[in-house]
Design a protein around this ligand. Sequence first.
Ligand code: NAP
Ligand code: ZN
Length: 352
Amino acid sequence: MHNAKAFSAASAQSPLAADSIPRREPTPSDVQIEILFCGICHSDLHQVRDEWHSVAPTVYPCVPGHEIVGRVTHVGSAVSQFKPGDLAAVGCLVDSDRECPQCRKDLENMCPNMTLTYNSPDKHGTAPVTYGGYSDSIVVDEHFVLSVPENLELAGVAPLLCAGITTYSPMKRFGVTTGQKVGVVGLGGLGHMGVKFAHAFGANTVVITTSEHKKEDALRLGANEVIISKNPAEMEKHAGTFDFILDTVSAKHDLDPYLHLLAGDGTLTLVGAPEEPISLSAFSLLFGRRRLAGSLIGGIAETQEMLDFCGKNNITADVEIVPIQQVNEAYDRLLKSDVKYRFCIDMASLKD
Ligand code: NAP
Ligand code: ZN
């Protein structure tokens, strides 16, 4: 065991502050990574403040962070895909049981025994729970380490590990393609990646936002059109026309206005994870036999596929780089939808 520098929260009410945490010595199948950048996901905020208490209570101290990129510093004797000096990335998963039907289908994100990058019981017993990427280093089993395309700007790659795969995976699954009308609800970290992917897949891409001032950015990011969801007349104009809608909203909201936008047989996939239950009318689904689905990140093979797709198509997240000392301020701004469009921590600041 060795110590790593990190930022952690001591309770749901505490700000994140400097801490020292244990990391295991690499086993033969482990890769040790010096973390260079870590994205700030709204899930980090939900977890740090224990907003998901009924589903995943937070164990403190909590070290969040699951959008990790860095450089390999050490590999175990059985590691074959990485060597010291390589770029490497880690997303929301660091382990799974690897033998259940889901794992056998490369769907580690659906494994009943998955180990999340933070706040999951630590199988290695290094600490009560796993500690995430707001840290200078991490040790992860090779199977859960991703290769990073060399041509992409690193800070913009970090958010692909959660915001990227979470939006890419359901669009792939529901066959988003040229000629379809695709909506992205909420233009934040996930939403702006959803726009980039829908555009790259050739869809007629529409941003559905509460923030009038994001209109120009939405078009620049690849949207063909923007709907201000607070304007009922604008919403009504698009009623019954969408093939697919991705809902990335982080706060409680009514689904009916968005389901109303779907064409017959259209699908709305929820990826946003508000703390409170979401309401909808049965009729929103009955008419047009519309579908409501959910999706959680993606499997490891698909995450690599997404990163390679981004490498080929030059796709990265739009990031505002912040030192770790500003993480609490970044959380406050996230709650005001004041982010363009993902905060990313420059981990060099942890040395200050
Ligand atoms: P974010 O950057 O804060 O973006 C959320 C966006 O939702 C905001 O920018 C805002 O967009 C919109 N919004 C906020 N409050 C709203 C409200 N009351 N009504 C309507 N729209 C509202 O957050 P994020 O990092 O993208 O994460 C979004 C959600 O996805 C979080 O709940 C997070 O935990 C969850 N998540 C899920 C997965 C998964 O695997 N399923 C993975 C990562 C994150 P506008 O200003 O454009 O309206
Ligand atoms: Zn996330």
